[in-house]
Design a protein around this ligand. Structure first.
Ligand SMILES: Cc1cc2nc3c(=O)[nH]c(=O)nc-3n(C[C@H](O)[C@H](O)[C@H](O)COP(=O)(O)OP(=O)(O)OC[C@H]3O[C@@H](n4cnc5c(N)ncnc54)[C@H](O)[C@@H]3O)c2cc1C
Length: 380
């Protein structure tokens, strides 16, 4: 385990989350994957245990946890169920635009019900034609008196249709590129907001991924975040802060796969001895553990940079997300190999872990985009 600098209170909290994850989350993981239904019981559990309150300051009803504690919580939950870990990660993702750019009135209105877990949050940047090239979005927001009228759609939005609070990015001035993008808080009940297709996915099956459609959707001007034109900056600053959480999700999945591979290799007997007695298996386990530890150091390191208030952490955030997710893909693949044919069967969680690991290389910016972020920083 990497060295961490949590306060005593936060250490106790992470200990409690580790137990909750083992006792209450782990037994539900296979079923959530199997049914693909949103796990309302897990959402309630995280709300009751103040886990969803972690990203919010105490003056808005949260518990003001450090970023380090948040990534450790996502890791512990994802070790047993990546869908449940994502509940916390996306509560943070969808709320960070408000935390970063919201005015006092917006924070007072929206943060307390998000901190209590009564409401969920979503982050709507991606569109059908604009993924990696987020600035190529087409959704427009036109000001008419005391409201903006939004038209367009967002694709692949986690918690889409379930979240009461949606941080939505749209063009207020299509002619001036990224400076023409603005951010809005859009409530699910606003007129003209609707939900389109719900995606059928490879992994994180319990997480709802949906299309959001805006048809003359009416958003009060007081729901603009920051000023017109601030949207792209808010979107990128948000991702810089939340990518460590996706690194933590990957880290947790990988740790879960290693735990499984270690215990299985000690029990499975072939040629008259446990397969763990073979150096070939031992070397795989050693490589898996080393990749996980390196991921953990990267994820915890950037979380602590954020906690110290450092400003230039974008590159480290990209490194943590990229390395941990690539490692999770390799480690879960190796875990299946160590379990042999049993690893390929749904009877064991290894194959689910590999399917869940894959998304961490794709969302919040693909790993190619993380490499661009890192290289740009090196070359500027
Ligand atoms: C399950 C799921 C949940 C998601 N949740 C959300 C969410 O909550 N909110 C949200 O806004 N979005 C969300 N997304 C969208 C996600 O962030 C995008 O899918 C991702 O950014 C990639 O965009 P794309 O799928 O359009 O791929 P594309 O951008 O079309 O990329 C296709 C391929 O080309 C590569 N590529 C593109 N440009 C370059 C380049 N310049 N150099 C090298 N390679 C490049 C990519 O890395 C990728 O391999 C989610 C996606 C999924 C699958």
């Amino acid at each position: 385990m990497a060295v961490s600098h949590l306060s005593e209170d936060e250490q106790a909290l992470i200990e409690a989350i580790r137990e909750i994850a083992l006792e209450r989350v782990a037994p539900r993981a296979a079923e959530i994957d199997h049914t693909g239904e949103f796990p309302w019981d897990m959402k309630e559990l995280l709300a009751q245990q103040d886990i969803l309150a972690m990203p919010f300051p105490s003056e808005y009803g949260g518990i003001g946890a450090s970023e380090l504690a948040i990534v450790m919580a996502i890791e512990e939950l994802s070790r047993h169920c990546a869908t449940t870990g994502l509940l916390l990660a996306v509560q943070q993702l969808g709320s960070t635009p408000i935390l970063l750019a919201g005015n006092e009135q917006q924070k007072r209105k929206y943060l307390p019900p998000l901190a209590s877990g009564e409401w969920m949050a979503a982050y709507g940047l991606t569109e059908a034609g604009s993924g990696s090239d987020a600035a190529a979005m087409r959704t427009v927001a036109v000001r008419e008196g005391d409201r903006y009228i939004l038209n367009g759609s967002k694709r692949f939005i986690t918690n889409g249709g379930l979240a009461q609070v949606n941080s939505i990015f749209a063009l207020t001035d299509p002619k001036i590129g990224t400076r023409g993008i603005s951010a809005f808080i859009v409530e699910k009940d606003f007129p003209g907001f609707s939900v389109g297709r719900i995606e059928d996915k490879m992994g994180i099956k319990g997480s709802q991924t949906a299309e959001l459609i805006f048809t003359d959707c009416e958003v009060p001007t007081e729901n603009l975040l920051g000023h017109e034109g601030d949207g792209f900056k808010i979107a990128m600053m948000t991702l810089d802060r939340t990518r460590p959480g996706i690194g933590a999700q990957a880290l947790g999945i990988a740790q879960g796969a290693l735990d499984l591979a270690v215990s299985y290799s000690k029990q499975r007997v072939q040629f008259g001895r446990p397969i763990a007695d073979n150096q070939g298996i031992q070397f795989m386990l050693a490589d898996m553990a080393t990749k996980i530890e390196a991921s953990r150091l990267l994820v915890y390191n950037v979380a602590e940079m954020i906690d110290r208030g450092e400003r230039d952490f974008s590159k480290y955030s990209a490194m943590a997300k990229m390395f941990a997710s690539d490692a999770a893909m390799e480690v879960t693949n190796d875990a299946i190999q160590i379990l042999g044919g049993y690893g390929y069967m749904k009877e064991y969680p290894a194959e689910r872990m590999m399917r869940d690991a894959k998304i961490t290389q794709i969302y919040e910016g693909t790993n190619q985009i993380q490499r661009l972020v890192i290289a740009r920083d090196l070359l500027e």
